[in-house]
Design a protein around this ligand. Structure first.
Ligand code: 5GP
Length: 191
């Protein structure tokens, strides 16, 4: 069986990566699998361990680093996030196209290790709109919101490192554009 494609989906906090990703996963023909990350961040309301993330302590995260268990890892606004390596390899070998929804520092590490990865950066229609979306989430303190906005500006400045940049003005449109990109670049199911 042909190996699957590694797909990196990045974009600033609040751009709607999760929503676009959920929409992409409804299309079974894209043959996608999601790489569940590990994080030391506390779960938000509604998030489930082993589905949205593996929520772990700092010690557990460090142990995974020590045993070289991450494809990449990074710090983001005070918390650690990482992609467990074995699971990704297994899915790729099973012929799945594996989506990593990760921030920029981690994405740059993966691009170095796996230059064949398909890399996509989602941008917001404007910074005002991004701020509205981040504030609309209403789950975080003002200083965290500020830090996420600062970080968003710096992340958007790295978009040229990615093969494709897609604007998330409308979820359905962004989803369709990304589905087309995946169909051009990866093994998809033909019926
Ligand atoms: P959040 O706290 O909003 O869930 O995630 C913060 C940022 O970390 C987002 O940009 C998200 O895509 C990114 N992220 C999630 N998992 C990983 C991971 O495994 N590695 C890296 N480098 N970033 C991640």
């Amino acid at each position: 069986m042909a190996k699957g494609k590694l797909i990196i989906l990045s974009g600033p906090s609040g751009v709607g990566k999760g929503t676009v990703r959920a929409s992409l996963f409804e299309d079974e023909s894209l043959n996608l699998a999601y790489s569940i990350s590990m994080t030391t961040r506390f779960p938000r309301a509604g998030e489930r361990d082993g589905i949205d993330y593996f929520f772990v302590s700092q010690e557990e995260f460090q142990r995974k680093i020590d045993e070289d268990g991450f494809l990449e890892y990074a710090q983001f606004v005070g918390n650690c996030y990482g992609t467990p390596k074995d699971y990704v390899d297994q899915l790729l070998n099973d012929g799945k196209n594996v989506v990593l929804e990760i921030e920029v520092q981690g994405a740059l590490q993966v691009m170095k290790k796996c230059p064949e990865a398909l890399t996509i950066f989602l941008v917001p229609p404007s910074m005002d709109e991004l701020e509205k979306r981040i504030r609309g989430r209403r789950t975080e303190e003002e200083d965290i919101v500020r830090q996420r906005l600062d970080k968003a500006k710096r992340e958007i400045a790295t978009q040229n490192e990615y093969k494709y940049v897609v604007c998330n003005d409308d979820v359905e449109e962004a989803k369709n554009k990304i589905a087309k990109i995946i169909k051009m670049n990866a093994n998809v199911l033909t019926k």
